[in-house]
Every structure is written in C-alpha cells, then in structure tokens.
Write a protein of this length. Sequence first.
Length: 82
Amino acid sequence: ESERISLVEMDQAGDVDPDLRDLIRGDLKEILSQQQQLEERIVVLLLPRDPNDDRNIMLEIRAGTGGDEASIFAGDLVAIYK
C-alpha cells in the first residue's frame, strides 16, 4: 500500500520525466491488479468451510424431453465429468 501511495505521489508531481511517468503508471497498473487478485483471494478464504467439501457425490445425468438433442447434451455432460 505504501508503495502504491508513493507511486501515485510521484505520478502527480509535475517535474517527472515522461519516460519515468510511463514506468510509474505501468507499475501502478501491476500493483492494482495484484491488489485486486489478493482481495478476491481473501474473500474466498474468509468463506466458511463446508463440511461436505471432502465427500464424493453421485450425479445422475439423464436425457429429458427433447429427443435426440437432449441425449446429445446429456452425453456431452457425461464426457465433461469423466
């Protein structure tokens, strides 16, 4: 966070070389991207753990109404989960 603040202050300074300003803005984009990824990961880590996460399930996939199209779709689903 302190690095981001110092980069913003340097970017807002009027006496910065244009090449340096481009580097600063690139670093800012990278830091903001990393910050967003970390915030998303923190949200996931804060979710309560489900006690059923480690258990297996049995999933039945059957073709419903729709004829051949439903059968093809059900077959595609089975292929995805194999």
